[in-house]
Design a protein around this ligand. Structure first.
Ligand code: GRF
Length: 205
């Protein structure tokens, strides 16, 4: 399975995916790393590994159509079969969502459908979770559709919240399980085990 990774930041999930591939746990190839930011640490990870990179920012194009065209070109040139968002801070354009329907996944640092949507990213998520008084949080791998954080849920794992947890401590706990479940969810895609029925997705045994 050819994977295109989309990342805007440090790329620790990208790294976890590469490690799973290296360890033989995930049978896949990252054919391109796409970033909207030229300073993303994820780009350095890709360059070190000699993985093709593509910096695609709206600022570089006269219109959204031009950006979309460039993105679709990169994806087809690199024969991407699954688009994997790993800390990508931009909305995937509608035409790309339509072209790759049910073949775009994201990881969110909370238990969707709670604590998702526009503005719910990074520390805002963990602050909101702690403020809510919830006793569990977690990570969610889901398919990407037209709405932020709304597509069918593929995999989730929980962590406990204790009284001493700060947003930073919770973020670290959640990130650790993100690195566990993202490669597992991708493995299910690579093995053709993800079944999607309407708003629901299941991993078959
Ligand atoms: C992760 O917490 C992920 O859930 C969210 O963005 C963060 C990306 O972190 N979508 P990293 O760049 O993979 O380290």
């Amino acid at each position: 399975m050819n994977i295109a990774i989309f990342a805007s930041g440090r790329g620790s999930n990208f790294q976890a995916i590469l490690s799973a591939i290296d360890a033989g746990l995930l049978s896949a190839r990252v054919t391109v790393l796409i970033s909207n930011r030229s300073d993303a640490a994820a780009l350095d990870i890709a360059r070190t590994r000699k993985i093709q990179t593509s910096h695609l920012s709206q600022k570089m194009f006269p219109s959204e159509e031009a950006l979309v065209e460039a993105m679709l070109n990169v994806l087809s040139q690199q024969r991407a079969e699954l688009l994997v968002l790993a800390g990508y801070m931009k909305k995937i354009p509608l035409q790309v969502v339509r072209r790759y329907r049910n073949r775009i996944v994201n990881i969110h640092p909370a238990l969707l459908p709670s604590f998702g949507g526009a503005g719910m990213y990074g520390h805002f998520v963990h602050e909101a979770v702690i403020a809510s008084g919830m006793k569990v949080s977690g990570a969610t791998v889901h398919l990407v559709d037209e709405e932020y954080d709304r597509g069918p849920i593929v995999m989730q794992k929980t962590v406990e919240i204790i009284q001493e947890d700060t947003p930073d401590l919770l973020a670290a706990k959640v990130l650790k399980i993100e690195h566990e479940i993202y490669p597992l969810a991708l493995k299910a895609f690579a093995e053709g085990k993800v079944k999607i029925e309407g708003r629901k997705a299941w991993i078959t045994l």
